[in-house]
Design a protein around this ligand. Structure first.
Ligand code: PMP
Length: 362
């Protein structure tokens, strides 16, 4: 028997669980990419095999998510944290203001990085209410003619999400790191969307960036070359060695999503999974307290507390005893967090719901 029989139900927030079929495929690819005479870690980033991997990943993503031809698809290094400053460096030019919806820790980081580079307006800030919800469109206070409005579609730490993108009639930039491809991609009103891979898309090391081409044309070019979207978009230039393995793994995850029935099937599954876990929490309102308001609940990260930090710890320990791992909340927030990314199966959610209903009842 291989090591996979020791794999547990993994609820880690990221890097998160990947589909077993994908990992098995990658295990083979480590030894040999068919026809290359070498494994995936050992092939040139300029050779035909990687060209094919890159082209297939892009074509697959375009088809799967319905990304129109007037959008550029980039696979960039540096994580979402690099996008926090690459976006304002490129598009927040002097004399302009960018607006930020501050719905959590990562959204605040994105805002703070932009504020170090230019003029920023906090168009909504949820800090006072413990980031327990996201704003309605009519609560957002935009500046006059913002260069863009940045929002975080899913707040990984507080377990909230926008159930649809804001409709604001201004160019939207979305950090979708923790819900990219969890369901159909709604690009309406957007000019740029980014997501680091290590939750729904693959391993850490690659960040998916989608940019509408007319917006890309407005990017500043007087910045270091690795930060120029336009240079990255000229694919043949291949600015440096891209994260070959991470891009290949992402391609395999895309194929897996396709095999599961695509993004509508993903959304359906994700809704059922989250509903099961929230129902277990809601069944014991005197015991569990959710971090997010019901109208803003995330389908990807279910964040909650037991009645005391001690019971939180006991619950995490009992979960581990039952083979459920990765349930501790973010270090500054505490409590528990169950991340139910695409690759987290229904059986894992059933096991978690069973534990939540039974814990402390006897
Ligand atoms: N945005 C969100 C919503 C995140 O959840 C995270 C990381 N968990 C980040 C940004 C930062 O991503 P990275 O570590 O890839 O820079």
């Amino acid at each position: 028997m291989g090591p996979d029989h020791e794999r547990k139900h993994n609820f880690t927030a990221g890097p998160g669980v990947l589909p077993l079929e994908v990992l098995e495929g990658l295990r083979d690819d480590l030894l040999l990419i068919v026809g290359a005479g070498a494994g995936i870690l050992e092939i040139s980033h300029r050779g035909e095999h990687f060209e094919k991997i890159l082209a297939e990943a892009e074509a697959r993503l375009r088809a799967l998510a319905g990304i129109p031809e007037d959008w550029e698809i980039l696979f960039l290094p540096g994580g979402a944290s690099t996008q926090f400053f690459q976006v304002p460096l490129s598009f927040l030019t002097p004399g302009k203001t960018a607006d930020y919806l501050v719905t959590g820790h990562w959204a605040a980081k994105a805002r703070d990085e932009a504020a170090a580079l230019g003029s920023v307006n906090t168009a909504w800030d949820g800090k006072a209410s413990g980031y327990d919800h996201v704003p309605r469109d009519d609560e957002i206070r935009l500046s006059e003619s913002p260069a863009y409005v940045h929002y975080t579609s899913n707040n990984t730490i507080y377990g909230t999400r926008f159930s649809r993108p804001p409709r604001l009639d201004v160019p939207l930039v979305a950090d979708k790191s923790s819900d990219m491809l969890a369901g159909p991609l709604d690009l309406e009103g957007h000019v740029l969307v980014y997501a680091s891979a290590q939750k729904n898309l693959g391993p850490a090391g690659v960040t998916l960036v989608l940019i509408r081409k007319d917006f890309l044309e407005t990017a500043r070019d007087d910045v270091p070359s690795m930060l120029r979207y336009r240079l990255h978009a000229e694919k043949e230039s291949r600015l440096n060695t891209p994260p070959v393995f991470a891009i290949h793994a992402l391609g395999r995850v895309l194929r897996w999503i396709e095999e599961q029935g695509g993004l509508v099937a993903m959304a359906d599954r994700n809704e059922k999974k989250a509903a099961l876990v929230y129902a277990a929490l809601d069944a014991r309102p005197d015991f569990y307290r959710g971090l997010s308001r019901p109208d803003s609940r995330s389908l990807m990260n279910v964040c909650f507390r037991a009645p005391s930090p001690e019971l939180d710890r006991k619950l995490v320990a009992e979960a581990e005893r039952r083979g459920l791992i990765g349930l501790s909340g973010y270090r500054d927030v505490g409590g528990l967090r169950a991340s139910l990314y695409n690759a987290c199966p229904m059986e894992a959610c059933e096991a978690l719901a069973g534990l939540l209903l039974a814990f402390g009842e006897t």
